[in-house]
Write a protein that binds this ligand. Structure first.
Ligand SMILES: [Zn+2]
Length: 269
């Protein structure tokens, strides 16, 4: 028995998580247990689900998150591998419910897989998104090789330096990652400081935030869209790298050409 039985909409959402987890592994972005996915699945919760008993918990969320009362999340499990989650999402992740006190969660299904150690930061981001009235329901953390490599150079850590270069490699990058790439300087993984800096960067109007020498954190309406934004950015980084390995500095689209794109496609930046 699975909570996904007879819930086709919820199952489709979890299937999307599994599909993306498979892509992360295939791209080489998810070594070992690297990366995290959490999805706010509250819209799929029905009365029968709400009546289900907890199978583990309550556990503390680490912070009071006032907008998450009664919310439901699918979370990758701590120590679990994306490549395993791709095949068995409910054995490598679990569905949790946030308690009415906004400070605890319970694991409800399918088995007592403890959520990612990054849960506090992911939940803080979801709380922020709900507070803002954002339609975004998915957050994704992964280690895209070429984008991480860029952050080993001071040049690309300057605000919007990487954004401009990546947008200029191929027009689609600006069209499909229209807010660009936020930059957060190196901070200890899983720290409160990193979570706070990530939320500030999202608040500055970025959907994808780069953690220096570590990886990206992306938010979007669903996990496939979050993945797509990271994918187009990393593709642009690969084009840059291909040009460099052909022995020249790529020219890039001009400012005028990029401005023309923004106007033609009504882009936010
Ligand atoms: Zn990481």
């Amino acid at each position: 028995m699975s909570i996904l039985d007879n819930r086709p909409a919820l199952k489709a959402e979890i299937d999307r998580v599994a599909e993306v987890a498979g892509y992360l592994w295939q791209k080489g972005w998810a070594e070992r247990n690297g990366g995290n996915i959490t999805v706010n699945i509250s819209e799929f919760a029905d009365d029968e689900m709400r009546a289900l008993p907890a199978i583990a918990g309550p556990f503390e969320t680490g912070k009071k998150l006032p907008h998450l009362a009664g919310c439901w999340f699918y979370c990758k499990g701590t120590g679990k591998r994306m490549r395993d989650l791709a095949r068995y999402p409910m054995a490598n992740g679990s569905i949790i419910r946030i308690s009415e006190d906004c400070a605890h969660y319970e694991i409800v299904a399918d088995s007592a897989v403890a959520p990612t150690s990054e849960l506090p930061s992911h939940l803080a981001v979801h709380d922020y998104l709900l507070a803002k009235g954002s339609p975004y329901r998915a957050s994704l953390h992964t280690h895209p090789i070429e984008l991480v490599a860029l952050t080993h150079s001071r040049k690309w850590l300057q605000k919007d330096a990487a954004t401009r270069m990546l947008w200029s490699m191929i027009p689609e990058t600006k069209a499909f990652c229209p807010r660009g790439l936020g930059m957060v300087p190196y901070m200890l993984p899983s720290s409160v400081e990193l979570a706070d800096a990530t939320i500030s960067a999202i608040d500055e109007d970025y959907d994808v935030v780069m953690w220096e020498k570590h990886g990206v954190f992306a938010v979007d309406v669903d996990v496939m869209d979050a993945f797509d934004q990271v994918d187009v950015l990393n593709k642009a980084a690969q084009i840059y790298m291909a040009a460099k390995s052909m022995g020249f500095e790529p020219e890039g689209m001009s400012d005028a050409q990029m401005k023309e794109m923004s106007k033609a496609f009504n882009l936010p930046k």
